[in-house]
Design a protein around this ligand. Structure first.
Ligand code: MD6
Ligand code: FE
Length: 211
């Protein structure tokens, strides 16, 4: 477990509070192919409006690929083997898996690729990713489309926070001391990228969820 595939991993452009930021890791001319892959996943597993356990609609729309998807409704937050509308989640696209292995150097593949779509006004409150049941593996995030203001805190909620803008093609790895750090998206500059014809932002997060 955790054995490294290679020693020539991409070097982060910035390290902040234990988060590794790889700015522009996905070249601009390769991003349309990512969007095509995500559209195919969404065609098989439509985006849904997630409902918090408290009954509030989240502002992002969400789906997933892989054996497990993260879902939330009145019954709580959890990983589920089926889409809320029924049916298995589609497989994680090969180029997405390839990026995981290249950036993390891990042999172990992720079994969840959560997909968040941010339309105008969408945001994501400060949270920890702590439903995976195993925190030895990192979470890797990919940003595509509009710029987003990412806020990073500490493992303890009162810790001071720092923010940075994530742009299309940026990759963030949250592992080690940062694996359980609070983080969120304060706002998205709608229409700042031309990647999606109607604007918006896609965020993928790749996770290893304990079976
Ligand atoms: C987002 N990202 O960028 C929200 N989680 O839209 C996350 O919640 C996240 O960027 C785990 C690891 C990296 C992340
Ligand atoms: Fe998260």
């Amino acid at each position: 477990m955790n054995s490294q595939l290679s020693t020539d991993l991409p070097v982060p452009t910035l390290q902040l509070r234990g988060f590794d930021i790889h700015a522009g890791l996905i070249p601009a001319d390769g991003q349309a192919g990512w969007v095509d892959d995500i559209r195919a996943v969404v065609a098989a597993a439509p985006l849904v409006v997630p409902i918090t356990p408290g009954g509030r609609a989240m502002s992002v729309r969400m789906t997933a690929a892989g054996r497990l998807g993260w879902v939330t409704d009145r019954a709580g937050y959890r990983y589920a083997a089926r889409h809320p509308g029924g049916g298995d989640w589609p497989p994680i696209p090969a180029r997405v898996l390839g990026l995981w292995h290249r950036v993390t150097g891990l042999q172990r593949a992720p079994n969840c690729c959560l997909i968040n779509f941010y339309g105008a006004g969408a945001r994501m409150g400060m949270h920890q990713d702590k439903d995976e049941g195993d925190f030895t593996f990192p979470v890797l995030s990919v940003s595509l489309g509009d710029d987003a203001l990412f806020r990073i805190g500490g493992v303890d909620q009162p810790a001071p926070t720092q923010s940075l803008w994530l742009k299309s093609g940026d990759v963030v790895v949250m592992g080690g001391e940062a694996r359980l750090a609070f983080h969120g998206i304060d706002r998205v500059r709608h229409g700042s990228s031309a990647l999606l014809p109607k604007g918006g932002r896609i965020n993928l997060t790749l996770r290893v969820v304990a079976d």
